[in-house]
Design a protein around this ligand. Structure first.
Ligand code: PGA
Length: 239
């Protein structure tokens, strides 16, 4: 398994349902990864196996994995299939999957276990909605998500947490820097096991705010959606 502690920051590009072969080629031709950071690109699953790169510190991640390991489950991809195709990371429990595909903390936990069994790194996404934030429920929501969706076998060496406030995803809105830092601190203080977890921030990260966000004490990198689709912008973010 990849040694996460060697990296000062981790940047994950979540392409969501975007991209094609031409895009992929141009993107990888222009992508400039830096030596002390870990960069992970998560394309739609049909392209996972088309990415051939031997750039150091550059990895490929899936956007989802099946709850099941094999059998009559049309349309699914198992953790062992991803592993066999050289995939090292996998997003789990992204808010779009929780919202549009009815994923629950319980199913997310099983997906994490499937990935960990294959020595892949789950990137577990957690975050509150605007309504929950306004009702001062952020801590309660995050703690429930951590408790219920992160399995006991997860630790700071084999798993990553991404804090993505749902209201910040794709909206151009972000929490203040103080808010981001204190929520990350809260997550790391959930209990002693989480103290050294890598916790990434996601939600409207762009080249204009990434430097400030990444300089925060408790932020270990970013999960980037929209801005990761423009390779020049993504290069600036990861530089
Ligand atoms: P965004 O998406 O950067 O477009 O806000 C982040 C994400 O969904 O992971």
């Amino acid at each position: 398994m990849i040694n996460l502690s060697q990296y000062s920051a981790i940047f994950i590009a979540n392409w969501k349902l975007n991209g094609n072969f031409t895009f992929l080629k141009e993107y990888y031709d222009k992508l400039k990864v830096s030596s002390n950071n870990c960069t992970v690109i998560c394309p739609p699953s049909i392209y996972l196996n088309s990415i051939k790169t031997n750039k150091e510190n550059l990895y490929t991640g899936a956007q989802d994995v099946s709850f099941y390991n094999e059998g009559a489950y049309t349309g699914e991809l198992s953790a062992s299939m991803l592993k066999e195709n050289g995939i090292d990371f996998c997003l789990v429990g992204h808010s779009e999957r929780r919202q549009y595909f009815r994923e629950t903390n319980e199913s997310i936990k099983i997906k994490c276990e499937n990935l960990l069994r294959e020595n892949m790194i789950p990137v577990v996404c957690i975050g509150e909605t605007l309504e929950q934030k306004e009702n001062k429920l952020t801590e309660e929501i995050l703690f429930t998500q951590i408790k219920k969706s992160i399995p006991n076998i997860a630790n700071n060496k084999n798993s990553i947490i991404a804090y993505e406030p749902v209201w910040a995803i794709g909206t151009g809105l972000t929490p203040t820097l103080d808010e981001i830092n204190s929520v990350h601190e809260l997550i790391k203080n959930f209990n002693s096991k989480f103290k050294n977890f890598k916790v990434l921030y996601g939600g409207s990260v762009k080249s204009t705010n990434s430097k400030d966000i990444n300089s925060l004490k408790h932020v270990d990198g970013c999960l980037i959606g929209g801005a990761s689709l423009k390779v020049d912008e993504f290069n600036t973010i990861i530089s």
